[in-house]
Design a protein around this ligand. Structure first.
Ligand SMILES: Nc1ncnc2c1ncn2[C@@H]1O[C@H](COP(=O)(O)OP(=O)(O)OP(=O)(O)O)[C@@H](O)[C@H]1O
Ligand SMILES: Nc1ncnc2c1ncn2[C@@H]1O[C@H](COP(=O)(O)OP(=O)(O)OP(=O)(O)O)[C@@H](O)[C@H]1O
Ligand SMILES: [Mg+2]
Ligand SMILES: [Mg+2]
Lengths: 250, 250
């Protein structure tokens, strides 16, 4: 099962959610995480510092190397296809290729028998990299911050998903929307949760992930949240998403 | 004076800072704000809902209309060149144009006599739109969240600025780095502030903007922060940036 974690709004916890989910999935079976963001935050979030000549997903997408040749092991048992700034060149390099939207899907196919779960972290845009992730994915999780700007962008994202389903990937399903960094006691969080649930009639809205300084701390420590803290309430919303994912598999 | 507000890291308060600065600058003289992000958050942050056929910066960049023809007035006295999702098409449309990096600079030139200050909000990427802003700008302000991922990206941004200075805009100056959403009492904010000041030897680091729910509330209300609250400590860091900007002018 391939899960894309996407939202063009910046800073809504796409990477933090990718880390949390891949970390939990690696406890259940085999999991490959793909860092499709030129910022390379998923790679640093797993505690990986890339050596200068180390291969990344860029070499895989440009056909220089197979997925197997670029995978880096992580401390939490997740296999990582690392990403870095060289990804920023992809839009231009693949621009004239007829099958440019399926590049990621094509390179992932050979390893799907080896990894029960694949998690793809996307950059904050709806450009070629995110479209590649949506074209390759079985399901999509959309992290959303409980704030005004993040809600505004949701409509645009849902329209893009609709187009991707029609033209590139008819079997793409939306797993749900995951509210993140929620300060449930504030009026703005309560108001935006209400708007979210009313805007999304037929899409699941998971229980929100509470705001906690433990998340940025876990990023700095290079660990997924369930390996960094014992605090049940921070991890539970992510465990719920994993439960849902594993149910779909059957 | 043209100020670009840029950082490829998502969710670091680029738009919120653009709103705050343009709002304050409009109290000092004439100010044009440019929404160069396909999310259009600066436009909604000024309380503007675009009518379906309303022109945006997209029509200006593609040469259909002049800046004057697309400007929308805002309640706070800032003239706004609005942005929307159509901007996402620009990368592809300008890709083959030889002078694609100077498109924004070219269209802004005719109105510079009318606006003492111009503020440009950038999307969370280092693509064509952000490069256009850096090529047009006199100065650059970099909002940075006091968190691990946001710091990681700073080096990459500084390298891009160096390249832009060499190839496109030798007079571009860095006004400074503005720490945002700072929870000064947490260890992680204190640690990252220390790293920030040591990493940036010759770049000014402004006093941090405190974290406050008043900022997302002001976004929802469509007002810059100084018109939404009376709280001195939330606005002061932005007043300090404006003071610095006005000093440069002389
Ligand atoms: N539940 C949470 N509580 C507090 N902070 C959080 C939480 N989740 C994520 N964060 C922090 O918020 C910041 C933004 O999160 P993250 O970088 O994962 O978002 P993103 O959507 O991947 O950003 P980008 O758009 O740049 O890729 C990070 O510093 C992260 O540590
Ligand atoms: N000082 C602050 N305290 C608390 N919240 C803040 C502060 N500044 C900004 N915010 C909130 O953080 C969120 C992200 O800010 P904003 O959208 O301005 O960032 P951005 O860098 O423009 O994001 P993007 O990368 O998507 O363009 C918004 O919901 C905003 O209201
Ligand atoms: Mg990210
Ligand atoms: Mg923004």
């Amino acid at each position: 099962m391939i899960t894309a974690i996407a939202n063009q709004k910046g800073g809504v916890a796409k990477t933090t959610s990718s880390l949390a989910l891949a970390g939990l999935l690696a406890d259940e079976g085999t999991c490959l995480a793909v860092d499709l963001d030129p910022q390379g935050n998923l790679t640093t979030g797993f505690g990986i510092e890339l050596a200068p000549e180390q291969s990344t997903v860029y070499e895989v997408l440009t056909g220089v190397l197979s997925v197997k040749g670029a995978i880096a092991p992580t401390r939490s048992g997740v296999a990582l296809l690392p990403g870095d700034i060289s990804l920023a060149k992809i839009e231009k390099e693949l621009m004239t290729q007829p099958h440019r939207f399926y590049t990621l899907k094509k390179v992932l196919n050979p390893v799907l028998a080896e990894y029960e779960q694949v998690v793809i972290d996307c950059p904050p845009s709806l450009g070629l990299l995110t479209i590649n992730a949506l074209a390759a994915a079985d399901v999509l999780l959309v992290p959303v911050q409980c704030q005004f700007f993040a809600l505004k962008g949701l409509q645009g994202l849902l329209e893009t998903i609709h187009t991707v389903r029609q033209r590139l990937n008819p079997t793409l399903r939306i797993l749900g929307v995951l509210p993140t960094m929620a300060e449930t006691h504030t009026v703005i969080t309560q108001e935006t949760m209400k708007i979210l649930r009313s805007q999304l009639q037929d899409i699941r809205v998971f229980d929100p992930v509470p705001k906690s300084v433990k998340f940025p701390e876990s990023n700095m420590a290079g660990e997924p949240i369930h390996r960094y803290v014992r605090d049940w309430k921070l991890v539970q919303p992510y465990r719920e998403v994993v439960r849902e994912l594993l149910m779909l598999e059957k």
